[in-house]
Design a protein around this ligand. Sequence first.
Ligand SMILES: NC(=O)c1ccc[n+]([C@@H]2O[C@H](COP(=O)([O-])OP(=O)(O)OC[C@H]3O[C@@H](n4cnc5c(N)ncnc54)[C@H](O)[C@@H]3O)[C@@H](O)[C@H]2O)c1
Length: 366
Amino acid sequence: MKIGVPIEIKNNENRVGMTPSGVFELTKRNHTVYVQKNAGFGSGFFDKDYTKAGATILDTIEEVYTAADMIVKVKEPIEKEYDLIKPHHVVFTYFHFASSEPLTKAMIKTKAACIAYETVEDHDGTLPLLIPMSEVAGRMSIQQGAKYLEKPIKGRGVLLGGVPGVPPGKVLVLGAGIVGIQAAKMAAGLGANVIIMDVNMKQLRHVCDIMPKNVITEFSNEYNIRKHIKDSDLIIGGVLLKGAKAPKLITRDMLKDMRPGTVIVDVAVDQGGCFETTKATTHEAPTYIIDDVVHYCVANMPGAVPYTSTVALTNVTLPYVIKLANEGWKQACQNSAPLNKGLNIVNGNIVYKEIAEAFNLEFSAS
Ligand SMILES: NC(=O)c1ccc[n+]([C@@H]2O[C@H](COP(=O)([O-])OP(=O)(O)OC[C@H]3O[C@@H](n4cnc5c(N)ncnc54)[C@H](O)[C@@H]3O)[C@@H](O)[C@H]2O)c1
């Protein structure tokens, strides 16, 4: 199959849909890979790395779309790309259709096969192509939180790990899923005292079994949250209710119970946030202060570490890309239930129920 890897043209997106090692795996299997000039630059991969791995470098995005049958990307196509997508294309990327009616309608118009990373679903209900980004964001939340605790950027002036003779900081992690576990692990590694909360006892038992002694599990409820916010230095929001808005676990009135300079990082901002005072921010201006509490609410945290994020993402997408390339999308989706769940729009029809429902459009069973 002919596979195209265009440069991501969405503002501030430095990731790329395939690493040179992905190209190597595909060309080894006699597929042809076209990579747009400089596509990997933002992630630290150079054209010569791709060429060495067997790719052909093309100058323009138009050439890539024209040459390829399957497009492998990171973010949803933006308006400029809509006309480049033709009926014979398979487009494999994050689409997040339910949050954009114009994108949904544009992709219906293309008649291409749109397979969305975010809805590829394993047999146990997990979303394998979303997990790596939660892992990145969870780990990063502590790195960012530790930085914003510094006094010159209005934090409490606390070193999370403490020093001999000075106790370490306290970190409260809300949610013990992918984000929460990675956050707790990083905070514990720095030497902080960590409380991690969830409403899922099975998850709390698991966390209790695997975490070091400086991570304590506690059931998540308002009483316990109010108790711990008073002396926490850093609070991480990593809760998720599947398919719903995040619950507001920290309300505006609770901010006054925190010490000035406390840092709160709402990783769940992309689902509306789990703090009442959350407003989405960007890497250019990541924080704002309300009631002396520093809020960090960046909606695309992995975007700041494109090398790690690209490699983490392509590690999990590549097996599906290989399957799609080897078998063609129809056969591959028939043979793989997880991949079949990724089918969102095919030949002008919405084949993923929730997307049709989101915009009151017609749904066709795939
Ligand atoms: N900002 C970013 O850049 C970024 C990046 C990746 C993921 N995210 C977001 O982070 C959030 C968490 O993702 P995840 O992969 O860890 O999800 P997950 O499903 O693995 O974990 C969520 C956890 O929240 C728990 N939970 C639900 N209600 C709770 C409550 N009231 N109190 C405490 N815990 C509760 C669930 O039981 C679950 O264990 C999601 O909204 C995700 O979209 C954001």
